[in-house]
Design a protein around this ligand. Structure first.
Ligand code: UDX
Length: 475
């Protein structure tokens, strides 16, 4: 029997409970060892917990068990190897073993955008919860962690009621994650808040124990990690609301970039000037080709779809504009390319045939190998579609880019990409590109023209080296 805690009432003080396994700290499992689950599994082992990472993908599990992180995330490889060696961390494709091992099971599987619309595809959540619930042999807490539409935790509870033995007293909770690629290890070990949606004191207590390592680490560093204990719906909304806010902030400054382009203003100076107001703040005000990645684009779409289902669609109509502003920025690069290469921009876009264009950057942001919904790669494909001979280079994302856009041509390094190019487009702000020597690049290109799609280059240096320079939202 679960006791509901309405969000308006404070939770009672947390009373420690003995984990069902009898271990001194709860044993943790993470179902789905993609970016989210693998990072969490490894970092929680680092915090001293006994952990199993589970996945149905045997290849992924074999890599992780062999000490290899299947994606690029600074610092994670070392933590993986250390914790495998310490015996605290294991990886498995055996759901029965995983179910038997854990006290707290975190659901970390993907919730991609559905192929037939904007809403989230929950089939992986359904499969993992069902498989787990059917194999549980004692009490446990199942915690949703993947980003989900509001209402999903209630539905997970129904799945558990249907598939787990009702005598066991299995409970459900929801606790969102806020990982940023490139900073994920820090974001797990030193989060700026922990949010839990629970219905009972037992669930709250188990989740607190499951995060005690985070609170203890903070205490040793004289920090505090705020804990927000709330209901299911609020906890689910926190995640999508945070991402919607971040996406809106980026599209806001990109909208200002459009107005700057129309009026002769400079959005980088505008952003700096408004950012000094602490109520606005200077972060996430970088105008450019817009946001991409596996989270912001799909999350704002799924959020709108869910609000629509709930009859609150009007409240989130602005997110549609946020999305449109974001996508318009990609076209802006094509406009600038046409302008610099002296090509007409017709109703179907520019004709860039006979030109060679170097695209620097394929990932959705630097320090990541992730190309999901990357503006850079999307623009590269559009430039190629417009007839340009496009050469793409990225310091970490080549393998994923090749898989996502096999028809593009890839260069082994930056110099080869820009060699004989009529135009260079910098579309991901890797430090290699920011710090590139415009004099050296000028010697190998066919034409000194550059589009700075992330406003990350020192325009003065480039202009001094003879380049025709165009930024985003700059005169
Ligand atoms: C995001 C959220 O930040 C994170 O809290 C959530 O858990 C997952 O989604 P992430 O996808 O790793 O994280 O990337 P983020 O650093 O937020 O950047 C998203 C996109 O916005 C990138 O394409 C980035 O280039 C772009 N961006 C970011 C801008 O265009 N301008 C900015 O000022 C900031």
């Amino acid at each position: 029997m679960t006791i509901p805690y309405p969000s308006s009432q404070p939770m009672p003080a947390i009373t420690p409970v003995v984990p069902p396994s009898g271990a001194s700290r709860p044993r943790l499992t993470f179902l789905g060892t993609g970016y989210l689950g693998a990072t969490y599994a490894i970092c929680f082992a680092e915090l001293g917990y006994e952990v199993i990472g589970f996945d149905v993908d045997a290849e992924k599990i074999a890599k992780l068990a062999g000490g290899e992180v299947p994606f690029h995330e600074p610092g994670l490889d070392e933590l993986l190897r250390r914790n495998l060696a310490a015996g605290r961390l294991r990886f498995s494709t055996d759901i029965a073993e995983t179910a038997h091992f854990g006290d707290v099971h975190f659901i970390c599987v993907g919730t991609p955008q559905r192929a037939d619309g904007m809403s989230a595809d929950l089939s992986y959540v359904e499969a993992s919860v069902t498989g787990l619930a059917q194999n549980l042999d004692r009490r446990a807490l199942i915690v949703g962690k993947s980003t989900v539409p509001v209402g999903t935790a209630e539905w997970i509870e129904q799945l558990v009621d249907k598939h787990a033995d009702s005598q066991l007293g299995v409970e459900v909770a929801y606790s969102p994650e806020f990982l940023q690629e490139g900073f994920a290890v820090e974001d797990v070990l030193r989060p700026n808040r922990i949010v839990v949606g629970v219905k009972s004191e037992w669930a709250n207590s188990m989740l607190y124990s499951a995060h005690k390592g985070v609170f203890d680490l903070a205490a040793t560093e004289d920090r505090e990690v705020p804990l927000v204990v709330t209901d299911f719906a609020t906890a689910e909304l926190v995640k999508v609301a945070a991402n919607a806010f971040l996406a809106t902030k980026i599209s806001f400054i990109n909208a200002m970039a459009e107005v700057c382009e129309a009026s002769g203003g400079d959005v980088t100076q505008l952003a700096r000037a408004i950012g000094y107001d602490p109520r606005i703040g200077n972060r996430f005000l970088q105008a450019g080709v817009g946001f991409g990645g596996g989270c912001l684009p799909k999350d704002i779409r799924a959020f709108q779809a869910r609000a629509q289902e709930l009859g609150a669609g009007e409240a989130l109509r602005f997110l549609h504009e946020v999305d449109l502003i974001n996508l318009r920025r990609r076209n802006r690069v094509l406009q600038l390319a046409a302008e610099l290469l002296d090509r007409r921009y017709g109703p179907a876009g520019p004709d860039l045939s006979g030109t060679r264009i170097a695209v620097l950057g394929a990932t959705f942001k630097p320090n990541s190998d992730d190309v999901r919904d990357a503006p850079s790669l999307a623009v590269a494909a559009q430039l190629a579609k417009a007839g340009a001979d496009v050469r793409v280079y990225d310091p970490q994302g080549m393998e994923n880019a090749r898989r996502a856009q096999p028809d593009l041509t890839y260069s082994p390094d930056m110099i080869e990409a820009v060699r004989d190019a009529d135009l260079v487009c910098v579309l991901t702000e890797w430090s290699d590109f920011r710090n590139a020597d415009p004099e050296a690049l000028a010697r190998v290109v066919a034409g000194r023209r550059v589009v700075d799609g992330r406003n990350c280059l020192d325009s003065t240096l480039w202009v001094q080296a003879g380049w025709e320079y165009r930024g985003m939202g700059r005169p």
